[in-house]
Design a protein around this ligand. Sequence first.
Ligand code: SAH
Length: 231
Amino acid sequence: MHRDEAGWQKAADLMVRRQIEARGIADPRVCAAMRSVPRHVFVPEAVAGAAYEDRPLSIGYGQTISQPYMVARVTELLCLPEGGNVLEVGAGSGYQTAVLAAMGMRVIGLERIEALALVARKRLDSLGLAGEIRTADGRFGWAPGAPYDGIVVSAAAEEVEPAWMEQLSGTGVLVVPLAGPFFGERLLVRRKSGNLHEDEWYDFCRYVPLLEGVEPEDPEASASKAPEDPK
Ligand code: SAH
């Protein structure tokens, strides 16, 4: 499925119309980016046929690629101009990173599971997208790339990590699904204004948890995969 160009573009167009525009996301840049990035490239082969469906999908290692609507929503809330400097915490499949890169942002995606980071980087490269993927514990942000105009967290956090606020520019914006006293999480948009900030709360949602530390790739697992690897 989606092996030919026209097939996936039709599926992506339907996804944007039915799941994103129909739910009120009107930013034409977000919609154009989500039409242009082939989402089926960011999921394992076995679920590629479901890539444009209205739900998250498993990407292995107990992780998921976020539902298309949530990717669009977060990108809209971030609301940055082309050329904006963005950090994504929890790059997973690399899809959110790719959408931001397709909008002309300079984006660094951090992923704690090295095996996922390696695959995500290959996908971005194969599509000619400029996003950078690094294996790191995103709770500490990524100081060398700071200051950021925006930071988007793609895993459920218990609290806003101090490093994120420190690494935002004076007018930067943080979008993070934050755990609360309710079931699941709620999207928090925290806008920095010098030393102060303003909070706004948006959609209730469900994300995989933000975890501590990094998981290096298992050398045995990669060795056994090597013969199938085209590179
Ligand atoms: N935007 C991604 C979401 C993947 S799920 C996509 O659509 O594919 C969230 C990802 O966050 C998982 O891959 C998980 O491994 C990663 N993650 C969790 N805690 C992290 C941390 N402290 N630092 C970096 N990545 C983290």
